[in-house]
Design a protein around this ligand. Structure first.
Ligand code: DGL
Length: 283
């Protein structure tokens, strides 16, 4: 593909969580065009079997590839835990950037030696998390919580309401009692509630959002592969969802700080996306 530098970056998540990664990509590489896929027809991924998440991820990667993605960002810790290794083997000509809980920077900077990790059940169960802990925790004590129901609240745009606060207090209070000084956000939905986390945990607790580091990694790979877009270009974003396009569209200004049209894509069974790309009607 000689003109592949003009092609878009593919980004996907189970829903709006990947917008936290997209936000960092837009800030660092405004010249790049992006395809964003939110699998809102299947959200949440967190409690699902690994094998099913792998099937969804493979179909989404196929979809993004069919739309000329030059690189794919798995902007979902859960899908990375379930499918990243598989995707890399299955699509050997395509590069994937995935997410892993930022235990390494947390362990390097904690002073109390106690760190909280917030992520989904599948992420905690996956081999990726076990390997990150084994390689980087380095004697640091980790406290884990799955924040049950938080992904769904964030999907509704409830970033500060009473249910969101109840879930976060339930997760963070016991960790704070154990003297954690760092919170690792191991789910791409959670950066959207950083203000509330800070309110509960206090300004002294460091909150690690890995999105900027992931965007930097995407940039490095594009540069190394000669795939960067012309820096004077202005990239655009095409949004796709397997859920309700109007619902995603209405969330974009709040979560991404941009607006855009959203196209609906339908699943055929669990493993094929019927590239239906009709433009959603304006409201
Ligand atoms: N945003 C996803 C993650 O980073 C998970 C949300 C879900 O459970 O679907 O893990």
């Amino acid at each position: 593909m000689s003109d592949s530098f003009n092609h878009p970056i593919g980004v996907f998540d189970s829903g709006v969580g990947g917008l936290s990664v997209l936000r960092a990509i837009r800030a660092q590489m405004p010249e790049e065009s992006v395809l964003y896929f939110g699998d809102q027809g299947h959200i949440p991924y967190g409690p699902r079997p690994m094998e099913q998440i792998r099937r969804f991820s493979e179909a989404i990667a196929n979809f993004l590839l069919a739309h000329n993605a030059k690189i794919v960002v798995v902007a979902c810790n859960t899908a990375s835990a379930a499918a990243l290794k598989y995707l890399r083997a299955r699509f050997s000509n395509l590069q994937f950037v995935g997410m892993e809980p930022a235990v390494k920077p947390a362990a390097e900077t904690t002073r109390t030696g106690k760190v909280g990790v917030l992520a989904t059940p599948a992420t905690f169960q996956g081999a990726l998390y076990a390997s990150v802990v084994e390689r980087f925790a380095n004697g640091v004590e980790l406290f884990q919580d799955t924040c049950k129901g938080l992904v769904q609240e964030i999907e509704k745009g409830n970033l500060t309401g009473s249910e969101t606060r109840r879930i976060l207090e339930g997760a963070l209070r016991p960790m704070l009692e154990k003297n954690i000084d760092t919170v690792v956000l191991g789910c791409t939905h959670y950066p959207f509630v950083i203000p509330l986390i800070r309110e509960i945990a206090g300004e002294k607790v460091r909150v690690i959002d890995p999105a900027p580091a992931v965007a930097r990694q995407v940039k490095r790979l594009l540069e190394a592969g000669g795939m960067k877009s012309d820096p004077s270009a202005r990239g655009d974003v095409r949004f796709f969802t397997s859920g309700d396009p109007e619902a995603l569209k209405s969330m974009l200004p709040l979560l991404l700080g941009e607006s855009g049209e959203v196209e609906r894509v339908k699943w055929v069974g669990d493993s094929v996306l019927a590239g239906e790309t009709k433009q959603a009607p304006a409201p």
